[in-house]
Design a protein around this ligand. Structure first.
Ligand code: NAP
Length: 309
C-alpha cells in the first residue's frame, strides 16, 4: 500500500459535497482516486455509477467512504471488504444493528478496518465536556435537538421512509455526544414518536432515558423547527451545570463559555480513519444506534398531518 490511502467516495450528495470532499482534499493522508454515484459526479477523478463497476475497472483502491443513505450501505460495505478495501461509514452506520455487527465480523475476517463515524463527537466542545464530567455525579440532563428538515435535508424523501430514521437522523448526533461524554450507561425507559401520515419514519420524538439507573435524561427531537435552530445539551451535576450548544461546538460551565478546540468534525474523522488503518484496528460503537432502535421498539406512536418537502 502506498503512503497515501487511495480513496473512493461513494454517494455524491449533500454531505459528500459539503464535508467529505473538502476534508479529503485537506488531508495529506488521502488521495481521492474515484467517485461512485448514480447521478452525482466529482470533477477530476474517474466516476462510476456503482461499486461493481469500480471493482471491475481494476483501479487501485485502498479504502471507500460511504456517504449514501443508511439503507443499502450494508451491501456496499460488504462488496468493499470482499474487494480488500477499508471502509468508513457515514452515520448512522446502517439500517439495522445486525447488519453492522455483520460488517464488524467481515472486517475482522478480511483484516481490514471498519470505521463507523459519529461526526458530532468531533465538535469543538465535546472532548473538553467529557473531561469536565469525569468523576462528577450526574443529577439530570436534557437534550433539545430541533431543526428544519427543509433546510438541512432538502428533498430527501429517503429520510422519512422506513430505514431513513426520520428525526433520529439528526437526533442520533446528540445521542452520539451524550454516549461519549456521560460517565455511565444510558438506557431508554420510554419514547413517543410522531409520524406524518403516509411516512415510514418519525418527524418528531421525545425520549425518556436514564443514566446509570439514577439520573433522568430527556431528549426532544423535532424536524419542524423554523427560525433559530436548537442543538443543545444541558447536564446538571453535583459540581455545576454543563451546556453544549450549536451541536457541541460551544461549551459552557455555569453560564461561562469555556475554551473549545478541534480541527473540524470531518477533518478529524479522516485523521482517525487513517490512524485506524495504520494500526490495523476498527472503531464501531453502536450505543447511539441501540438507543434509537430501542425507541422504535418501545415508543408509542401517533400520527400527524402529511408532510411535503
Ligand atoms: P443526500 O443528499 O440524499 O445524498 C446521498 C446520496 O447517496 C444521493 O445524492 C445519491 O446519489 C446516493 N444514493 C445512493 N443510493 C441512494 C438511495 N437509495 N436513495 C437516495 N440516495 C441514494 O443525503 P446526505 O444528506 O448527503 O446524507 C447521506 C448520509 O450522510 C446520511 O446517512 C446522513 O445521516 C449523513 N449526514 C448528513 C448530513 C447533512 O447535513 N445532510 C450531515 C451529516 C451526516 P446518486 O443519486 O448520485 O446515487
Amino acid at each position: 500500500m502506498s503512503q497515501r490511502l487511495k480513496l473512493a467516495l461513494v454517494g455524491i450528495g449533500k454531505i459528500a459535497r459539503d464535508q467529505h470532499l473538502p476534508a479529503v482534499a485537506g488531508d495529506a493522508g488521502f488521495e481521492l482516486v474515484a467517485a461512485v454515484s448514480r447521478n452525482g459526479r466529482v470533477e477530476g477523478v474517474p466516476n462510476f455509477t456503482d461499486l461493481a463497476a469500480l471493482i471491475e475497472s481494476g483501479l487501485e483502491i485502498d479504502a471507500v467512504s460511504l456517504c449514501t443513505p443508511p439503507v443499502g450501505r450494508h451491501h456496499m460495505a460488504a462488496q468493499a471488504f470482499a474487494a480488500g478495501w477499508h471502509v468508513m461509514l457515514e452515520k448512522p452506520p446502517g439500517a439495522t444493528l445486525a447488519e453492522v455487527h455483520g460488517l464488524e465480523a467481515q472486517a475482522q475476517v478480511a483484516g481490514r478496518s471498519l470505521f463507523a463515524t459519529w461526526h458530532s463527537r468531533h465538535a469543538a466542545g465535546v472532548d473538553a465536556a467529557r473531561t469536565w464530567l469525569t468523576g462528577k455525579r450526574i443529577r439530570c440532563a436534557s437534550i433539545v435537538w430541533r431543526e428544519d428538515i427543509r433546510v438541512w435535508h432538502p428533498g430527501q424523501e429517503w429520510i422519512l421512509a422506513a430505514g431513513g430514521l426520520g428525526v433520529f437522523d439528526p437526533g442520533i448526533n446528540a445521542l452520539s455526544i451524550v454516549t461519549a461524554i456521560l460517565p455511565g450507561a444510558l438506557r431508554l425507559g420510554g419514547a413517543r414518536l410522531v409520524f406524518p401520515a403516509g411516512r415510514g419514519s418519525p418527524i418528531a420524538a421525545k425520549l425518556d432515558l436514564v443514566h446509570d439507573e439514577a439520573a433522568p435524561v430527556s431528549a426532544d427531537f423535532d424536524f419542524r423547527q423554523t427560525g433559530p435552530q436548537s442543538w443543545d445539551i444541558t447536564i446538571e451535576t453535583d459540581a455545576g451545570t454543563l451546556m453544549l450548544t450549536e451541536g457541541g461546538a460551544r461549551l459552557w460551565i455555569d453560564g461561562v463559555e469555556q475554551a473549545a478546540d478541534g480541527i473540524g468534525e470531518y477533518p478529524a474523522l479522516y485523521r482517525r480513519f487513517a490512524q485506524l488503518v495504520a494500526a490495523g484496528q476498527s472503531d464501531c460503537d453502536l450505543r447511539p444506534m441501540t438507543l434509537v432502535a430501542d425507541a422504535f421498539l418501545l415508543g408509542e406512536r401517533t400520527e400527524t398531518d402529511p408532510f411535503a418537502f
